[in-house]
Design a protein around this ligand. Structure first.
Ligand SMILES: [Zn+2]
Ligand SMILES: [Zn+2]
Length: 259
């Protein structure tokens, strides 16, 4: 057998080993990589939904919040986030930490890669599976999302969310616009919904309510409707109060260990 032929025969094995390394070893109920025995904080959004919803691996949840100058989140929005999480997660203790100001990223627009590098620079708390506390991370930037200018927030890892302060400001200014704390509260809860595996992305759907092509809900009144994370919602559809999860989304969370 010549060299080329030998490699040809080995190729499927390499492909298998690679896919196993990337996807095969994250335990969805503990968040731990079975090869390294470490909690993984940089998996896909929703990959640790069960770990957030249940209390079997971590009884406490702690949310670290960093913001760029001029974009400190309102206390009202943080309080509404805490209430939302207490209502849906089996955690005996949920702490939303006092927000910390970090340096400006320069403003303008930010790509998903830039957001990831800000997290590397500024995030202080990561989950250690030997402890009882699960850590999540919020970064509120002073720019817009490069990929889509009307987006208010994104969930980009299994424990990480970013928000676009300039876009939030835009959605909450002008005649008849909703107050900033309502826009913040809505988008904080919506992005956390993605961390909880909604819709059909880490938390399996119990009924047919997932939109085609994205992890959103088809129910008109639901927090997880796709427009809720964009300025379009606040310009046209917002009625003054933060939308709730519709009953189908709640059922999904309950079936995956939530309440
Ligand atoms: Zn969304
Ligand atoms: Zn829904």
């Amino acid at each position: 057998m010549d060299i080329a032929k030998r490699y040809y025969f080995l190729a499927p094995l390499f492909a298998f080993v690679l896919s196993f390394t990337l996807h095969g070893c994250l335990d969805s109920s503990t968040g731990v990589d079975n090869n390294t025995n470490q909690f993984v904080s940089r998996a896909a959004p929703g990959a640790s939904a069960k770990v957030f919803l249940e209390d079997s691996s971590f009884a406490s949840l702690s949310v670290e919040i960093d913001y760029m100058p001029g974009h400190q989140p309102s206390q009202d929005a943080l309080d509404s986030l805490k209430t939302f999480l207490q209502k849906r997660l089996h955690k005996s203790d949920i702490t939303i930490n006092t927000p910390t100001e970090v340096q400006s990223g320069g403003g303008g627009t930010y790509s998903a890669n830039e957001i990831r590098s800000f997290e590397e620079k500024y995030r202080n708390n990561y989950t250690d599976s030997r402890n009882n506390t699960l850590h999540a991370y919020f970064l509120i930037t002073d720019g817009k999302y490069q990929e889509q200018n009307n987006v208010l927030g994104i969930a980009y890892y299994n424990t990480s969310m970013a928000f676009f302060g300039s876009t939030i400001e835009e959605a909450s200014s002008g005649l008849g616009a909703p107050p900033r704390e309502k826009v913040e509260g809505t988008v904080f809860q919506h992005e956390f919904g993605h961390i909880l595996g909604l819709v059909g992305n880490g938390t399996p759907t119990q009924s047919d309510h997932k939109t085609a092509g994205s992890a959103h809900c088809t129910a008109d009144e639901c927090l997880m409707k796709s427009t809720v994370e964009t300025t379009d919602f606040f310009a046209n559809l917002f009625d003054g109060s933060i939308p709730d999860l519709d009953p189908q989304c709640v059922t999904d969370l309950q079936a995956n260990g939530g309440k």
